[in-house]
Design a protein around this ligand. Structure first.
Ligand code: ADP
Ligand code: GN1
Ligand code: MG
Length: 361
């Protein structure tokens, strides 16, 4: 947002103080005000129906607030609170392309970009699992699908094929190796979509964007207290949330690290996550879900890798970029992790077995 736009937005929430750019999300524009409030410009290229998106978030946060109160928790710290505009609307909609919302900033918290201590991942796993558990009896039919086929990996694969064929920017020649690798993985990437189709994997209400910086940690206790970024809460598979969290959570370096020799998949972080997830979810997983836990980390990492590659080929129209080849650098770290997970798959499955031995039904 430019300054004029920003000030006109702040006026609609009756804010007089200054706003600063905040966070490292790839989708929305986020500002902190005061520092009591978070103001976001919703990315309407990505979320084409902002009213439905906000209805989803209102429904989910009100449901969670009630659950948290019943459990004796603190709803103001354990889920997002929407601040309506001064006119009493759920968000400020200048027009369909320019939409802005406000949340209470959850104070004395921090988010993590790259995990250093596996215990943080144990904490994140508990938070994501608790999020799923709390939403287990949410009426899924009330939710709109904010992005269709969001984690449909075979569909993402076809999007990549189309981008290669179109080659709008003439960039395909720069990424022959990456394209070859992406296409060589075709045979195993429908594991979760097949399970959803044949019923061996249940459809649940899931978060779908369990990146580690979408969890807030308490400054004082370092416990993961709140799952944020609820734009993609939709019916999906538990494996999406499990796998996606490990993509960054168990990576040895940043998502956009240029020196990919620094990137590998950390089994200590994987184990910490599995432990936290198993402790919180108990026997709520089906046998097929347990069987695919380890593979889901590789699958969601692969999926994100091909999304970055597709966006690079399409001319960087989806993810925010901050430098040339940013999406390509991101794609390369994801593919390096996929290769590494491939080698570590037996060990990963052994870890899953250790924590889920007698849990599944
Ligand atoms: P994006 O969709 O662009 O990722 P997010 O909703 O995840 O946007 O917000 C970006 C970042 O802003 C988060 O990673 C987090 O650090 C910070 N943030 C967002 N909402 C809050 C909040 N309510 N309280 C504190 N920090 C927040
Ligand atoms: C985006 O919004 P953010 O930065 O939390 C993206 C995720 C990707 C992630 C890659 C709505 O997440 O799906 O995994 O970037 N969100 C959307 O870092 O596309
Ligand atoms: Mg985010």
């Amino acid at each position: 947002m430019n300054t004029k736009e920003l000030y006109s937005v702040l006026e609609h929430f009756d804010f007089e103080s200054d706003a600063k750019v905040y966070g490292n999300g790839h989708i929305n524009e986020t500002y902190i005000v005061d520092p009591k409030y978070i103001v976001q410009k919703i990315n309407t290229k990505v979320f084409k129906e902002p009213d439905k998106l906000m209805d989803n978030i209102i429904a989910v946060t009100s449901f969670l607030q009630k659950k948290i109160v019943q459990e004796g928790g603190n709803p103001a710290r354990e889920t997002l609170t929407i601040i309506p505009t001064s006119e009493g609307h759920k968000f400020y909609k200048k027009d369909n392309e320019n939409c802005y919302r406000c949340y209470e900033a959850i104070s004395n918290t921090f988010s993590i970009e790259t995990v250093e201590n596996p215990h943080d991942l144990y904490e994140a796993a508990k938070a994501f699992a608790l999020f799923q558990k709390r939403l287990a009896d949410f009426p899924a039919e009330e939710l709109s699908e904010t992005i269709k086929d969001f984690h449909n990996t075979p569909k993402r694969f076809n999007d990549l094929l189309q981008a290669i064929e179109k080659d709008e920017m003439g960039r395909a020649k720069n990424v022959k190796e990456e394209i070859e690798f992406a296409l060589s993985q075709k045979d195993w990437i429908n594991a979760v979509t097949d399970g959803l189709s044949d019923g061996s994997i249940p459809l649940r209400v899931t978060h779908n964007d369990t990146k580690i910086n979408n969890v807030l940690f308490d400054n004082a206790t370092r416990r993961a207290i709140c799952v944020i970024d609820l734009d993609t809460v939709m019916p999906g598979s538990l494996l999406y949330d499990f796998g996606d969290a490990l993509r960054i959570g168990a990576a040895s370096g940043e998502e956009d690290e240029v020196d990919i020799s620094k990137i590998f998949f950390r089994l200590d972080c994987f184990e910490a996550f599995v432990k936290g997830f198993a402790e919180e979810m108990g026997d709520n997983l089906t046998q097929r879900e347990v069987e695919l836990l380890a593979l889901s980390a590789k699958l969601l990492t692969y999926e994100c890798g091909i999304r970055f590659l597709t966006d690079y080929l399409n001319g960087d129209t989806y993810f925010k970029i901050h430098r040339e080849n940013h999406n390509l650098d991101r794609c390369r770290t994801q593919f390096k992790l996929v290769r590494d997970m491939d080698e570590k798959m037996d060990e990963m499955n052994k870890i899953v077995k250790k924590y889920f031995e007698n849990e599944q039904n």
